[in-house]
Design a protein around this ligand. Structure first.
Ligand SMILES: Cc1ncc(COP(=O)(O)O)c(C=O)c1O
Length: 398
């Protein structure tokens, strides 16, 4: 929770809402808030102003951008009939991809990450990949995958849920435009610190936005705030230009305010080196965590699944463990708050067992916090504290 958030939300509630009432849509700038937040967010992921839309959830935004990507390919006569994604991708991405495939007459094909780039054959119309994997923390080379996909005329959609605010991302502006991404989505409630259920975002490359406007291409959820003139109350839909048409309904001003506080906190690091400096700290925190666990917690069956090299990982470290849930509950009770993700039930490999996941959020964690966390983990494992039956009771959210 950024220090500024509670006071700013209280002021918005008390003054802008409590006193201004609906006047605040104009007087307090509520109607323009989403645009401002979107542009500030864009600057953290290498997206030019006017190319990001903020609102809805990641799932909803994914439905919008994947549908548009599929539509662009159909219009171009791309011969591919496949949406390609990773078998162990975050489930909502797979569910939404399945839904888009059904609606657009495509097939969803799932492969493992090491099958890239070979799996990018001419049948693939659109690739949907998560930049930093939610379980392993593995980070993929975005520009290289964009290039390999573009060589086949394939469009690439990235999920930046575990990247935005944690690692530098350059969606757009590479020296060679084939290295640029096509579309992206992400959430506001992880490293952007926008709070529980914070608005998500959608991004489209300017070359697609120009074309979308020129050819009147629409995302499937036409809502009134994506209309060219919402307050004309026209009976038929006439989409706004560019990314604005990815907006659907009324934004939550309270949620946008909280997200803005999170983003502004990250932007305050700009004079200190911005995302590059934040990333440097994220790397040393994560390295320290992995080194200390290896040195202090050996012999208890922890199996690191996060890549060893900083260039191949995001800002988290994860370990598979046969009793990962119980160990994490014991850690949480002692103030080390990570999470557990269930195993995928496959016969072997990284995905078979449940994992303990610890995020190294660089803005507010110190290296000394990492030392303390590892000592707590060592104590929980050495003493078998996790065997207490109360740690085995599953909560709704793990
Ligand atoms: C990679 C990834 N995509 C999407 C989501 C969730 O999407 P939504 O904002 O729709 O809940 C998560 C949530 O943790 C995630 O890790």
């Amino acid at each position: 929770l950024p220090k500024a958030t509670a006071a700013r939300l209280a002021s918005v509630v008390q003054h802008e809402w409590g006193e201004g009432l609906i006047r605040s849509w104009n007087d307090a700038g509520w109607i323009g808030l989403a645009r401002g937040v979107a542009d500030r967010l864009g600057s953290l992921v290498g997206a030019p102003a006017g190319t990001v839309a903020v609102g809805d959830s990641t799932s909803v935004n994914l439905f919008k951008v994947l549908s548009v990507a599929a539509d662009l390919q159909r219009r171009d006569g791309h011969r591919g009939s496949v949406i390609l994604s990773e078998r162990s991708n975050f489930p909502t991405d797979l569910y939404i991809a399945e839904s888009v495939a059904q609606h657009s007459g495509l097939t969803l094909r799932l492969v493992d990450h090491h099958e890239l780039p070979a799996a990018l054959d001419g049948d693939v119309a659109v690739v949907l990949w998560t930049h930093v994997h939610y379980r392993s923390g593995r980070m993929l080379p975005m520009a290289a995958i964009n290039r390999a996909a573009h060589a086949q005329g394939t469009l690439v959609v990235w999920d930046l849920a575990h990247s935005a605010g944690a690692v530098p991302v350059t969606l757009c502006g590479a020296a060679d435009p084939v290295d640029d991404a096509d579309f992206a989505v992400g959430c506001g409630y992880k490293y952007l610190n926008g709070g529980p259920g914070a608005p998500a975002f959608a991004w489209a490359h300017p070359r697609h936005l120009d074309r979308i406007t020129r050819e009147d291409i629409r995302q499937p959820l036409s809502g009134w705030l994506g209309h060219a003139a919402p307050f004309a109350f026209e009976p038929t839909y006439r989409p706004a230009e560019g990314i604005e048409r990815f907006t659907c309904g009324t934004p939550s001003i309270l949620a946008l305010t909280a997200l803005d506080c999170g983003i502004q906190t990250l932007l305050e690091a700009t004079p200190l080196g911005g995302m590059a400096a934040i990333r440097r700290k994220s790397e040393t925190l994560t390295q320290l965590l992995m080194d200390l666990v290896a040195a202090r917690c050996g012999g208890w069956g922890l199996q690191r699944i996060t890549p060893a090299e900083a260039k191949d990982r995001g800002s988290q470290a994860s370990w598979a463990h046969p009793h990962g849930y119980e160990v994490m509950q014991a850690l949480i009770e002692r103030g080390v708050i990570g999470d557990f993700r269930a195993g995928l039930g496959r016969a072997s490999g990284d995905d078979a067992l449940g994992i303990l996941r610890l995020g190294c959020a660089p803005l507010y964690l110190r290296h000394t916090d990492i030392w303390d966390a590892v000592e707590t983990l060592r104590e929980v494992l050495d003493t078998g504290l996790w065997r207490d039956p109360r740690y085995g009771r599953r909560s709704a959210v793990t």
